[in-house]
Design a protein around this ligand. Sequence first.
Ligand code: PML
Length: 247
Amino acid sequence: ENLYSVKMRAARKGKHISGGEKIVLEQEVESVVQQLTIRALDHSKGRPDFINITIQNIADETIEYIAPLDITTIMVDDYIQGRECAVKVLQKIGLSYKASQTILNILKTCNPMRGAVLLDIHSLERIEPDKDRGLRATNIDWSFRLKKDLDSVLEKEGLNNSHVKEAVALASKVSNASGIVAELCWSDDPHYVTGYVASQNTGYVRISKLKALGDATGGRIFCFDASKTSIEACIEYLQEKVTLVNK
Ligand code: PML
């Protein structure tokens, strides 16, 4: 199979606005470039003055296939309740109450970045090498062979939107990285208030409201346990390994 990675990022005055990535067959490259261009030009998050699209061929033998995390959804009345719920799920994963609160507070206050915060769960320090850019988990998508099936499965569950699809693929890779014990995420899209906590032991736990409508803060926190592996190995896996998720 001839596969290509297509990546888009859009910025204004050097600040991240939006991004996206797909791994597709050669014949899909053109339409995916168009789709990602439309997303980049969506002005709801501000008009970009810079759009970068890269197209790169991927060697078959470098690809890793993984299973997706199971998805559950918790409905909450408002984001206050949602955030309490997120702290509980983080504690269930094994993080202390203090660590869980710290994780939540960082996401509440961090500026939208291209990448994620990498947080050491023992020192509670941010350890991503580039604090402005964050750590980008990239080279991830659903396996093209099964995409149609996936759409019908997600549709039945009322989950067939690009936020969910992209987030589940990414969280499945992130939770598979050695050293990562949990992830907390909500979107920086002001119109999208659902977020999640993910880990190998809980799966992908969606929480219906994690922020107020209109709030443009959001992003991802990857929680790292340094006793398990080196930071370098973890970062290398998250950024470089080409991972396709199979349903
Ligand atoms: C994003 O698209 O920016 C992140 C969305 C995370 C939640 C997706 C969901 O499960 O609804």
